[in-house]
Design a protein around this ligand. Structure first.
Ligand code: PLP
Length: 638
C-alpha cells in the first residue's frame, strides 16, 4: 500500500486520509491545468546544460510541500518534451491517452496489485483476461488463444519470437532462420540480436513498390534455406508498417508459412487496433491466421504508456514457453482455470496494465473508440486528397491505416531531401505541430501519422499548407540528412593488406575524384577476390554482406534462370547487403552472381564501407543513388 493510513505511529512514510485526499485533489487540479492548450508548442527541446541548470540533482534530507514540487514539474520538467496529445502531433506514432485511462493507472499505482499470480490477484488477473479477450475477439482469434500485457511492442515482439523458438525448436540452433521485410520495425532486429540470432540467420527481404513483403519472395527465400539444410523458424509480417502503414498480404504469407512449418508473427503494434473498425478489419484480413500478434494499446487504443500486448493463437504455447516454478513460488501453482501471468512472459513482479484499458473502454464504451479510430482513417484520406490536389506536393505513399507520406516537390533527390528536411525542422519551430521523416526505398519522405483523437481536419490542412507554401530554403546551406548507416561495426582494420593495385581502383567511377590517400585506404580496406569462369560470387537469398567492385572481367546477376544484369570493369554490385538494415543485419542477396569470364573483384566489408563513407560523404551519395535505381528495378521484379 502507498502511504498506509493504518498505523501512522513510527511510520515515517504514513499520511492520514485527509492529507491524501488534499494532495490528490491538488495533483489532479495541477495536471488538468498542464494538459495541452492550443498555445502549448508541440515540441520544446532543450540542451543537457539547460536542463541540468533547471533541475540540479540534489536530494535534500528534509521534505518539501507538494505545491513546490508541482511547481517544479510545471516550470522545469513538463514544458520540455513533445506533447504527444497535441492536435498537430503527426510525427512518428502519436500516443494520446484519455483521462479515465490515466485514472486507471493512478488507481493501479495506489492499490498496487501484484498481477504475477492468481493467488495474489484473482480480481486484477480476471480484469486482464477480460481485456485480452476483447483484443482476441477484435482480431478474430479463437477463445483458445492466450496473451499478456507487456511494456510495449518491443517487448511483445521479443516475447513472440521467444515463444516461437521455444515452441518449434527449443533451445537456440544455428540452423534457425528468421525472415522480415525491409519495412519491419527495428524492434524485431533488436529482438533477434538479443535472442542470439547471428547475421546469417536473419533474412531481410526487399519489399515491393507498395512496401509489402512478397509471398513469392518469402517462399523462395525459405525454400533456398530448406534446400541448404536450414530451419525456417519465424516470419515477421507487418500489420501496419511504421513507415507507411502498409499491411503485408497476410493470408498468402500465412499459407507460405503453414506449408513450410514456419511461425507467422504479425506485428500490429501500431496498426492492429484498426481492427475495431470495419475498414481496418478489412485491411487486416488474415491477421487471425497468424501464430502470434503484437498490439500496442499505448498507440492506437489511446492508453498512456506503457502498454503493449502479445497474443498467441495456440494459447498453451505461451505458457509452455515461459512457465517456470521455483521453490519459493510453489504456493502459487495453478489450479483449474487459474492463470499466473508471470508464466506467460518475462516479468514476475508486474502491475495491472489492464486497469487503464478496462477503465477507459468501459467509461466511454466501444463505440467511442471505434469512432476515434475511424476519424483517424478519415483524416489520413483527407491528407492524401490534399496532397494530390496541390501541385507543389508529391504523394510518396497513399493513406494506409492512418499514415501517409509526401514531400515538397524538387528537381532531384538530393534537393528534395535537403528541402524537405529543412521544412520539417521549420514546421517544428512554428510550435503548431510536428511531422517526422523517413526514407522510402531510399527516397526522402515526410510522414504524417494521424492517430490522435484530438486532431481534426484543420490540423491536417495546416501541415500540408505549410509544406506546399513555405518559402523554399536556400539549398546551398541545406540541412544534413542523418544516415542510419553510420553505426556499422568497424572490424575492417583486421583485414590483411590486399594485392589490389591502385591504378585499377582509381579507374572505378564510384571512387572518382578521391584523393590519393583515400584511394590507398580503399586498397587497404579491400580484399581481392579472383573468380574463375562460371564461378559463383554470391547466391540469391544468402546473407553475406560485402560490396563488390569489378576490377577486371565480367559477372552476370540472375534471378531464377533469368539474367537481370551484367557488371563489367568499373561497376559494382551488392550495395543492398552491404548497407546496415539494423542491429548488424543486412538484406538477403537479391540475385545470384556468377563470373562470365575469369574476373578480379574488390570486396569491401560493411565495416570497410562504413569507414570510407564516413570520411567521404560523396561516396555515400553515389551509393545511395545506385541503390535507389536498383530498388526501382528490383521492385518491379518482386
Ligand atoms: C511502435 C512499434 C513497435 C515498438 O513498440 P514499442 O511500444 O515502442 O516498444 C513495434 N512495431 C511496430 C510496427 C511499431 O509501430
Amino acid at each position: 500500500m502507498t502511504g498506509s493510513p493504518f498505523n501512522p505511529e513510527g511510520d515515517p512514510l504514513a499520511l492520514d486520509r485527509e492529507t491524501m485526499r488534499a494532495l490528490g485533489h491538488a495533483t489532479v487540479d495541477a495536471v488538468v491545468d498542464m494538459l495541452v492548450d492550443p498555445s502549448t508548442p508541440c515540441l520544446r527541446r532543450a540542451t543537457p546544460e539547460e536542463m541540468a541548470e533547471r533541475l540540479p540533482g540534489d536530494l535534500p534530507e528534509s521534505g518539501a510541500p507538494l505545491e513546490d514540487l508541482l511547481g517544479i514539474l510545471r516550470q522545469d520538467v513538463f514544458p520540455f518534451m513533445s506533447r504527444l496529445d497535441h492536435p498537430g502531433y503527426f510525427a512518428f506514432i502519436p500516443a494520446c491517452g484519455t483521462f479515465p485511462s490515466a485514472l486507471g493507472d493512478f488507481i493501479g499505482a495506489v492499490l498496487n496489485p501484484y498481477v504475477g499470480s492468481w493467488m495474489e490477484a484473482a480480481g486484477p488477473t480476471r480484469l486482464e483476461l477480460v481485456v485480452l479477450d476483447w483484443f482476441k475477439e477484435w482480431i478474430g482469434y479463437p477463445p483458445s488463444a492466450a496473451g499478456i500485457l507487456v511494456s510495449g511492442g518491443s517487448a511483445a515482439n521479443m516475447t513472440a519470437l521467444a515463444c516461437a523458438r521455444e515452441s518449434l525448436m527449443g533451445s537456440m540452433s544455428d540452423d534457425a532462420v528468421l525472415y522480415v521485410g525491409d519495412q519491419a520495425h527495428s524492434s524485431l532486429a533488436r529482438a533477434a540480436r538479443l535472442l542470439g540470432f547471428r547475421p546469417e540467420q536473419v533474412r531481410v527481404l526487399l519489399t515491393d513498390e507498395r512496401q509489402k513483403l512478397s509471398p513469392a519472395h518469402l517462399a523462395a527465400a525459405i525454400d533456398a534455406d530448406v534446400a541448404a539444410g536450414r530451419r525456417p523458424l519465424f516470419v515477421a509480417a507487418a500489420g501496419g508498417s511504421t513507415n507507411t502503414g502498409a499491411v503485408d498480404p497476410l493470408p498468402e504469407l500465412a499459407q507460405v508459412c503453414h506449408d513450410r512449418g514456419a511461425w507467422l508473427h504479425v506485428d500490429g503494434a501500431y496498426g492492429g487496433f484498426a481492427a475495431l473498425t470495419d475498414r481496418g478489419r478489412r485491411a487486416l484480413a488474415g491477421i487471425e491466421l497468424a501464430d502470434s500478434v503484437t498490439l500496442d494499446p499505448h498507440k492506437w487504443l489511446y492508453q498512456p504508456m506503457e502498454c503493449g500486448s502479445v497474443l498467441v493463437r495456440d494459447g498453451h504455447l505461451l505458457r509452455r514457453a515461459f512457465e517456470i516454478a521455483p521453490d519459493y513460488l510453489k504456493d502459487s501453482v495453478v489450479e483449474g482455470g487459474e492463470v499466473n501471468f508471470a508464466d506467460r512472459g518475462l516479468q514476475l513482479s508486474r502491475g495491472s496494465r489492464a486497469l487503464k484499458v478496462w477503465m477507459s473502454l468501459r467509461f466511454f464504451g466501444a463505440t467511442a473508440f471505434r469512432e476515434a479510430v475511424d476519424r483517424s482513417l478519415d483524416l489520413a484520406l483527407l491528407a492524401e486528397e490534399h496532397v494530390r490536389s496541390r501541385p507543389e506536393l508529391e504523394l510518396m505513399s497513399p493513406a494506409s491505416l492512418g499514415i501517409i507520406a509526401f514531400r515538397r516537390r524538387a528537381e532531384d533527390e538530393p534537393t528534395a531531401a535537403a528541402v524537405n528536411a529543412r521544412l520539417v525542422a521549420e514546421f517544428e519551430r512554428t510550435g503548431r505541430g510536428l511531422v517526422s521523416s523517413t526514407r522510402l526505398h531510399g527516397r526522402y519522405a515526410v510522414r504524417l501519422c494521424a492517430m490522435n483523437h484530438t486532431s481534426a481536419a484543420e490540423h491536417v490542412r495546416e501541415v500540408l499548407d505549410f509544406f506546399a507554401t513555405a518559402a523554399l530554403p536556400d539549398q546551398r546551406v541545406a540541412a544534413e540528412v542523418p544516415s542510419r548507416d553510420a553505426t556499422i561495426d568497424r572490424e575492417a582494420w583486421l583485414r590483411e593488406r590486399s594485392s589490389v593495385d591502385l591504378a585499377a581502383v582509381a579507374d572505378v567511377p564510384l571512387f572518382a575524384d578521391l584523393e590519393p590517400t583515400a584511394l590507398e585506404r580503399v586498397v587497404e580496406l579491400g580484399r581481392q577476390v579472383l573468380v574463375p569462369e562460371g564461378g559463383t560470387v554470391v547466391r540469391r537469398w544468402e546473407t553475406s554482406r560485402d560490396l563488390y567492385v569489378v576490377l577486371a572481367g565480367a559477372v552476370v546477376a540472375t534471378r531464377g534462370d533469368r539474367p537481370v544484369a551484367r557488371f563489367g570493369p568499373g561497376t559494382h554490385f551488392g550495395e543492398f547487403a552491404a548497407l546496415d538494415w539494423g542491429a548488424g543485419y543486412g538484406y538477403a542477396r537479391q540475385a545470384t552472381v556468377t563470373a562470365e569470364e575469369p574476373s578480379r573483384l574488390l570486396a569491401l566489408s560493411p565495416g570497410a564501407l562504413a569507414e570510407l563513407i564516413g570520411a567521404r560523404p560523396e561516396l555515400d551519395r553515389r551509393l545511395r543513388s545506385v541503390v535507389r535505381e536498383r530498388l526501382a528495378d528490383a521492385e518491379a521484379d518482386a
